[in-house]
Design a protein. Structure first.
Lengths: 198, 107
């Protein structure tokens, strides 16, 4: 089947939001409606807004000339990051699920539990926003310098990804584990107020 | 145009540090100092007259062994002092991949 014009039709988007326990149901409903082609699966950390991850699946219509895509989105709570695997619906989704399991620490129930990108003993999920690039904490940041030979500003520049030492790192050893939202919030970078040293 | 390397247009650079701060891999190192600009009129401030100063670039190093050619520095520079260039960066050793102004801003 060839269309009469060579121009592809404009993409028509649909957008559906579902809850984590209805994730599988929402996706199978979409496949039954003709969205049989798995395009991509992605995730984002919503820390600072909500204590959730946002998991997004893009499906394309089986008939490419209809140019229809659908985005299905769900929120997964941080403290219980688990959702049904779709590996029996789309075998190819296993790669994406294993990648997201590595990077965000979301477990896909019924999926392939093996890590894909990280070594099994890596012990962290690097795309969680509270995940700290520890090597950067020790390295000196070229952007910390001010233009010219100006004295360091009262509001010093800190690089993104390196948290405040009082929250992470040089904090009291007896203190409880820092809250993930505090670590993520203190690692945003930019100008921060210089703390008074005692 | 291919993205072989990034050139510096030295006369446009104000040593504002924006590229070094935006660089995701921390590969840009800038050294600069401040000089009194004798041509500019003095500025009247609440504490009396103050001479105008400007930043002078001493060294602008891109470490090509770290650079991932993302082009964020080119995009972010408010003075268009960085631009893509064709020629790739050849070197036999890591130290030779730290290019300073004389290599980044060919005259």
């Amino acid at each position: 089947m060839t269309p009469e014009t060579s121009e592809a039709p404009p993409t028509k988007w649909r957008h559906a939001v579902t809850t984590a326990n209805k994730w599988r149901h929402a996706v199978t409903t979409a496949t039954e409606a003709g969205f049989t082609h798995f395009d991509w699966l992605d995730c984002s950390d919503q820390i600072g807004r909500t204590e959730e991850f946002c998991l997004t699946l893009c499906l394309r219509h089986g008939d490419p000339y209809r140019g229809e895509e659908t985005l299905i989105e769900t929120s997964i709570p941080r403290d219980e990051a688990s959702v049904d695997s779709l590996s029996d619906v789309f075998p190819g989704i296993t790669w994406s699920e294993r990648e997201i399991a590595d990077l965000f620490g979301i477990s896909f129930t019924g999926g392939d539990p093996r890590p894909l990108l990280l070594p099994p003993d890596f012990g962290a999920h690097p795309l969680r926003k509270e995940s700290v690039a520890a090597a950067r904490v020790a390295a000196s940041w070229p952007g910390a310098k001010e233009p010219g030979d100006a004295a360091p500003s009262r509001r010093r520049m800190v690089p993104p990804g390196v948290p405040d030492p009082e929250v992470w790192g040089a904090r009291d050893a007896d203190a409880p584990e820092p809250d993930p939202a505090d670590v993520a919030g203190s690692a945003e970078g930019g100008r921060v107020r210089r703390r008074r040293t005692r | 145009m291919s993205h072989g390397r990034i050139d510096l247009i030295e006369s446009r650079c104000t040593s504002c540090m924006i590229c070094a701060r935006e660089c995701p891999v921390w590969c840009i190192h800038i050294e600069s100092h401040t000089e009194v600009n004798a041509d500019a009129p003095t500025q009247q401030t609440g504490r009396g007259p103050r001479s105008r100063t400007r930043n002078v670039l001493d060294s602008f190093i891109i470490d090509w062994s770290i650079c991932m050619y993302c082009g964020i520095c080119v995009e972010e520079c408010p003075f268009d002092a960085l631009e893509w260039a064709d020629a790739a960066v050849p070197s036999a050793d890591l130290a030779g991949l730290r290019h300073d102004i004389d290599q980044l801003a060919p005259t």
